[in-house]
Design a protein around this ligand. Structure first.
Ligand SMILES: C[S@@+](CC[C@H](N)C(=O)[O-])C[C@H]1O[C@@H](n2cnc3c(N)ncnc32)[C@H](O)[C@@H]1O
Length: 235
């Protein structure tokens, strides 16, 4: 099965996600409401890694379908997508990279169960410029446009998956009171990476790695579903 990385509200930070997971991941899905695909800015989505060459690319336009037959209010939106296939210059291993102009919550809905191998989300907030999306709780966001994201996300995560987070908009990490901002790099490396683990609902979280900082240290958590039949009340 192809391994997928999903980064909602990615902005320009998709480059770091690609950089860190280019070897392991087959398909990258980045979405952001503010992406624009026109000839002037398509170069912003180019993969400038020496070892890759582009095989093909195409753009699917944004489509609005009005279903007049049943209800004039019934509008289906198909998001714009910029899809690229690249390959290693030295082998035939291909990668698919999809950029979507779509909300993070709608994009999440489109994944099948157990399909997301890496869930990457950081640098976000509830303030101005932030998405106010909470993928690690079921609470409704302030505009009312998204809720129950955690319950949806856990169904889409592979039984063994990786969650990358700098703690922003992440209520599960918040509950651990890790106090990372007051720790030195050495303390984080000695006490957190490879050491910190906890269980939340029927998932075990193990801290396996640190990436570059965003709003705080970005940690990679291996998230293992232990007993699919045990369901506690979410946050
Ligand atoms: C604070 S920026 C963070 C961008 C990126 N994660 C980073 O670390 O640089 C938040 C981004 O979320 C996007 N955004 C806001 N609401 C969104 C939504 N509902 N769905 C998808 N993207 C959204 C904004 O366009 C913006 O690019």
């Amino acid at each position: 099965m192809s391994k997928k990385l999903f980064y909602p509200c990615a902005g320009k930070d998709w480059k770091d996600a690609f950089h860190y997971f280019q070897k392991e991941i087959d398909e990258f899905i980045f979405c952001d409401l503010q992406y624009k695909f026109n000839f002037k800015n398509l170069k912003n989505f180019e993969i400038n890694h020496e070892e890759f060459e582009r095989v093909s690319f195409f753009i699917k336009p944004f489509v609005k379908i009005h279903d007049h037959t049943s209800n004039i209010e019934n509008i289906k939106l198909i998001p714009a997508e910029y899809i690229q296939f690249i390959k290693y210059k030295t082998s035939n291993i291909r990668k698919k990279i999809i950029f979507k102009i779509q909300s993070g919550q709608d994009c999440l809905d489109q994944f099948n169960e157990n399909e997301i191998y890496v869930f990457f989300h950081r640098g976000d907030s509830t303030g101005e410029g932030g998405s106010d999306l909470h993928f690690f709780s079921d609470k409704r966001n302030s505009s009312g446009a998204a809720e129950n994201l955690y319950s949806k996300l856990i169904k889409k995560l592979a039984p063994i998956s990786y969650v990358v987070s700098d703690g922003s908009n992440n209520e599960i990490i918040e509950r651990q009171n890790l106090n990372l901002k007051n720790m030195t790099d050495e303390q984080i490396s000695n006490e957190i990476i490879g050491k910190k683990n906890f269980t939340y609902q029927n998932f075990q979280w193990f801290c396996v790695k640190r990436l570059n900082d965003r709003y705080g240290p970005t940690l990679v958590w291996k998230v293992v579903r232990d007993n699919p039949f045990k369901i506690d009340k979410p946050l």
